[in-house]
Design a binder for this molecule. Structure first.
Ligand SMILES: Cc1cc2nc3c(=O)[nH]c(=O)nc-3n(C[C@H](O)[C@H](O)[C@H](O)COP(=O)(O)OP(=O)(O)OC[C@H]3O[C@@H](n4cnc5c(N)ncnc54)[C@H](O)[C@@H]3O)c2cc1C
Length: 478
């Protein structure tokens, strides 16, 4: 019996070995890395996931868990050895139960994020995790990367939206931690170890997620401000009035708006004024639209009176608000039309944001005048996509520039007690940089956890931590 027949016989789901069918699983969403694999297993039950993991563990075969393969750090693709099994969770996609009294739902790992949102809506509840990839990414991938997105300011990131997990361990055992409890101090928090672990400790097969009341009204504004200091002062002004009703406070640098308007002729400039920075602000109200609008108007009026706001447009209709959000969501794609993009997903304390942008920006402008900043992000969460477009450069020159610029950016982030992996995870993209910046104690603790939970080092080797496996193949040019 061939090794593939043997794997085929150990579980009842789908097994893919055909090169054409395998291709979408082997390259990441950004097309930065391509690997090869022994096969792609798509089990349909937790028992079958466990069977595949046991089969791999008995043979020391590396496992690469994969959800929607929309991750931006290369964590879900195998290396080029051809020895790994990709364990694709997309067929494990049932909504197991909804408990509207407890405000919780049990969902399988392969459910699309959009399907989880939809199931919550059908129960007249909100599942607030929201990101542009929601039609393709899975809840298992969201939890494994501790995804953020646009609802973090009010509802928290994926970790904060999860009460319990079901996990297949690296040895193929099933841990049922599907506890729907808001209070549970019964020892080490195993759930939190697997969230954000990027598949390096075990496989998430199901989760208990939290539900919330659906807001009845939302008010949305597009605002021009003169500086990040002004943006931060306006954040304080509005949050003091709105409290938890402030559901988004997004920062957009002028070159990002220009890039979107150049790339998407269907979208219009929301405010006439020229300004270096723009904000997308959203207030939600549980009861009505008028209350949301009134809170936002009062906050913006205070901003005008104190000179913080240069110009502002308040969405009059839902479609109007969607057009504001379309601008925000198109930035990622639009910046790529300007040249090669050097990307960082960083966070610093919100109070440090203006200083970080000012100091790091002038340091880089002095040393690398070739860089054009296209900065945007979730200002209210202290998270920036601190990106730069390079208009003309050979691939080799770009790669050398990427490394030296990223080292400077990451060192500045560390100097502000920030994180170089705010919401996209570490994967293979920044695992060396993350290792460089970790303290020896943190490295030792992480390596001890990895060795304890994955003693054979078969879980997604080469990702997130330096120990436990080889790196993936070389990066493709962007
Ligand atoms: C257009 C676009 C916009 C995006 N916007 C955001 C954003 O705003 N905020 C944000 O945080 N991210 C964003 N992302 C990144 C991405 O969507 C998220 O990281 C998402 O959570 C990944 O889910 P996935 O199912 O695609 O996981 P994958 O890409 O398949 O996997 C990601 C990692 O998790 C592991 N993994 C996947 N499933 C499991 C499982 N069941 N058990 C164990 N490990 C697993 C993989 O091995 C890999 O390391 C965006 C991506 C795109 C393409």
């Amino acid at each position: 019996m061939s090794v593939i027949d043997d794997l085929r016989a150990c579980f009842s789901g789908r097994l893919i070995t055909d090169p054409v069918d395998s291709a979408p699983f082997l390259t990441d969403w950004r097309q930065s890395w391509t690997g090869t694999a022994l096969a792609i297993a798509q089990p349909e039950s937790t028992a079958d996931v466990a069977a595949v993991v046991r089969w791999c563990a008995e043979r020391d075969i590396p496992i690469v868990p994969q959800g929607g393969n929309t991750g931006l750090s290369g964590g879900a693709v195998p290396d080029t050895s051809g020895q790994s099994v990709i364990l694709s969770l997309t067929r494990l996609n049932k909504i197991r139960s909804v408990d509207p009294v407890n405000d919780t739902m049990v969902v399988e790992a392969g459910c699309l994020l959009a399907a989880v949102q939809q199931a919550a809506e059908e129960a007249d509840r909100l599942f607030p995790l929201s990101l542009a990839a929601e039609g393709s990414c899975t809840i298992g991938g969201n939890l494994s990367t501790n995804a953020g997105g646009t609802g973090v300011l009010r509802y928290g990131n994926a970790r904060e939206l999860c009460l319990g997990l079901e996990v297949v361990t690296a040895e193929g055992e099933i841990w049922n931690g599907l506890r729907a409890l808001r209070k549970d101090n019964s020892g080490y928090d195993l759930r939190d170890l697997f969230i954000g672990a990027e598949g390096t400790l075990g496989i998430i097969t199901a989760a208990v997620v939290k539900l919330f009341p659906r807001p009845a009204g939302k008010a949305t504004a597009f605002v021009a401000v003169g500086s990040v200091d002004a943006a931060l002062a306006l954040f304080g002004t509005i949050v003091r009035r709105a409290g938890a009703a402030l559901t988004a406070f997004e920062l957009i640098a002028e070159p990002c708006l220009d890039a979107v308007l150049g790339h998407r002729p269907d979208l219009r400039r929301p405010v006439e004024a020229q300004a270096p920075w723009f904000l997308l602000i959203e207030i939600s109200d549980l009861h009505d639209m008028a209350a949301a609008r009134s809170t936002l108007e009062t906050g913006l009026m205070a901003g005008f009176e104190t000179g913080l706001v240069i110009d502002a447009a308040l969405a009059e209709t839902l479609e109007h608000a969607q057009r504001f959000w379309a601008i925000r969501e198109a930035i990622g794609e639009a910046q790529g039309t300007l040249g090669k993009v050097l990307k960082h997903d960083i966070s610093v304390p919100i109070s440090a944001m203006p200083g970080f942008i000012r100091d790091t920006g002038s340091l880089l402008a002095d040393r690398y005048p070739i860089l054009h900043p296209t900065i945007f992000g979730h200002l209210g969460d202290g998270n920036l996509h601190y990106n730069f477009v390079v208009k003309a450069s050979s691939m080799d020159a770009f790669e050398a520039l990427r490394q030296s610029v990223s080292t400077i950016v990451h060192d500045r982030v560390a100097a502000h007690d920030g994180s170089i992996a705010a919401e996209h995870g570490i994967g293979i993209l920044i695992r060396e940089e993350a290792a460089r910046l970790r303290s020896p104690v943190e490295t030792r603790l992480m390596e001890a956890l990895k060795a304890a939970l994955d003693p054979k080092a078969i879980m997604n080797p080469g990702k997130l931590v330096l120990s436990g496996g080889a790196a993936s193949g070389p990066r493709h040019p962007e």
